[in-house]
Design a protein around this ligand. Structure first.
Ligand SMILES: Cc1cc2nc3c(=O)[nH]c(=O)nc-3n(C[C@H](O)[C@H](O)[C@H](O)COP(=O)(O)OP(=O)(O)OC[C@H]3O[C@@H](n4cnc5c(N)ncnc54)[C@H](O)[C@@H]3O)c2cc1C
Length: 423
């Protein structure tokens, strides 16, 4: 496989760019594997990569029903941050930040990690107090945070309306300077290429339609590929199917999980010159916006307010999200929307994820990513790989069990309770 470098670009250019090889093989399924990962999204691919690179487990297949990048990994608004308060989340997401920083070099693939800062706007003095508390907590956890007053916000983000007469006047904000964005589909492609290079089989267009069970233990998967059914055996099966978790787990006989599936939409405007230097969030509602390298504004807001497996969103959410954008940046009112799409979110009941052994013998589950699974991709894969390889969680994901819902130990970061639409 070609190693990407300035030198390889030059030599390939001189040879007419005829010698580039595909980033990953079109693998054919084997009869059995040590580990099968169901779901070739960011989390499934990262898990396969770390199983091979950290644990030496290379007899692995990633089984993906569509093409790589067709799920939420290729649909998100690309925000990467670790501005959490509760220790379990804070430690986990900061591990992810550490992995993000070295990811392009580790994978030899440019994931375009851009630590441009994430700025949360405050619109009331009470909100400033909450941000001060969160910022202090972040700093105690070793994560950079700066509380900014209104003038500092205005200097950082000159396009914002910070006038006292604005509909929601800006009082200040909390900045995580080292947070930012990465290019979402490059993350899927980079992990796929890295895993493939270490021997992992990536089986695209292969849907898991059932699980093989012997004596109550999962021993493989039933698949449909090119219209044909086939069984593939495995010693261990990890499930990382995000918004499809409920449907896939039902195939394993698990029909109740603390997860609801809901659509979340994303929006992209026409391209304009650079105007928003940071990822910026609106504090008087739910809106997050950044500007892509091509110049388009990439933004999103709340999930649609009902459960669904359909990835088409509704118009009231368009209206809500765009009106919040214009409340922050009135000069965007005449921008044209270029495109929008939806992705199916796996909303957990406390807003925190699940990375665990079980709930069936032979199986491992990775789910409950709510709005925030993209930034978690490296740490999620790293922790899930550890959990699968060692048959027990790492300290970083020890709290992310299913049992916490049964035992009344939720990791309720927002204090929103079992109300997934608030998370
Ligand atoms: C609009 C939107 C904006 C978002 N913005 C952000 C953000 O800014 N920051 C952030 O951190 N997070 C964000 N997220 C959340 C984040 O994208 C997800 O939490 C994360 O991508 C989920 O993990 P994944 O990448 O593994 O999921 P996916 O890419 O959805 O992977 C799951 C895969 O499982 C496959 N699958 C399902 N059923 C089967 C089956 N039966 N057999 C085989 N394969 C199957 C699917 O085809 C899919 O490819 C956003 C999500 C959306 C939709």
């Amino acid at each position: 496989m070609t190693r990407y470098s300035a030198f390889s670009i030059l030599t390939n250019a001189l040879r007419g760019n005829r010698d580039w090889t595909p980033a990953w093989r079109k693998a054919e399924p084997k009869a059995g594997y040590d580990v099968i990962i169901v779901g070739g999204g960011g989390h499934g691919l990262a898990t396969a990569y770390y199983l091979a690179s950290v644990h030496g487990v290379t007899n692995v297949a990633v089984v993906e029903k569509g093409y790589l990048g067709s799920g939420n990994i290729g649909r998100n608004t690309t925000i990467v941050r670790s501005n959490y308060r509760l220790p379990a989340n804070s430690d986990f997401y900061e591990k992810s930040m550490q992995l993000w920083r070295g990811l392009s070099h580790e994978l030899n693939y440019n994931v375009m990690f851009s630590p441009r800062g994430v700025l949360n706007l405050a619109h009331t003095p009470g909100q400033m107090d909450t941000y001060a508390e969160r910022g202090n907590q972040m700093r105690l956890n070793g994560i950079g945070a700066e509380l900014l007053d209104r003038d500092q916000v205005a200097r950082l983000n000159p396009g914002l309306d910070v006038n006292g007469s604005a509909r929601f006047p800006v009082v200040g904000g909390l900045l995580q300077p080292e947070a930012g964005n990465a290019r979402h589909d490059a993350v899927a492609w980079g992990y796929a290429r890295g895993a493939d290079k270490l021997g992992v089989d990536i089986l695209e267009n292969t849907e898991v339609t059932g699980f093989l069970k012997e004596g109550g233990k999962i021993v493989g998967v039933q698949t449909r590929r090119n219209g044909e059914q086939a069984d593939i055996r495995a010693q261990k099966v990890g499930v990382a199917v995000a918004g499809s978790t409920g449907r896939v787990m039902k195939l394993a006989g698990v029909d109740r999980l603390p997860i609801e599936s809901t659509v979340l939409q994303a929006f992209v405007s026409e391209s304009i010159k650079p105007i928003i230097p940071t990822v910026t969030t609106f504090g008087a509602g739910h809106l997050y916006v950044s500007q892509s390298d091509k110049g388009g504004l990439v933004f999103g807001g709340n999930i649609d307010y009902y459960n669904s497996y359909a990835s088409r969103g509704n118009l009231p959410v368009w209206e809500e999200v765009t009106s919040e954008l214009v409340a922050m940046f009135p000069n965007f009112a005449r921008l044209r929307l270029l495109r929008s799409w939806g992705g199916i979110m796996d909303m957990s009941m406390d807003g925190s994820p699940i990375i665990t052994t079980g709930p069936v013998d032979g199986m491992f589950l990775n789910a409950g990513w709510c709005y925030g699974g993209f930034k978690a991709t490296p740490a999620s894969g790293w922790c899930f790989a550890h959990t699968i390889a060692q048959d027990k969680p790492h300290d970083l994901n020890a709290a992310f069990t299913l049992d916490r819902f049964k035992d009344g130990r939720p990791i309720d970061e927002l204090g929103a309770g079992p109300t997934p639409w608030y998370h």
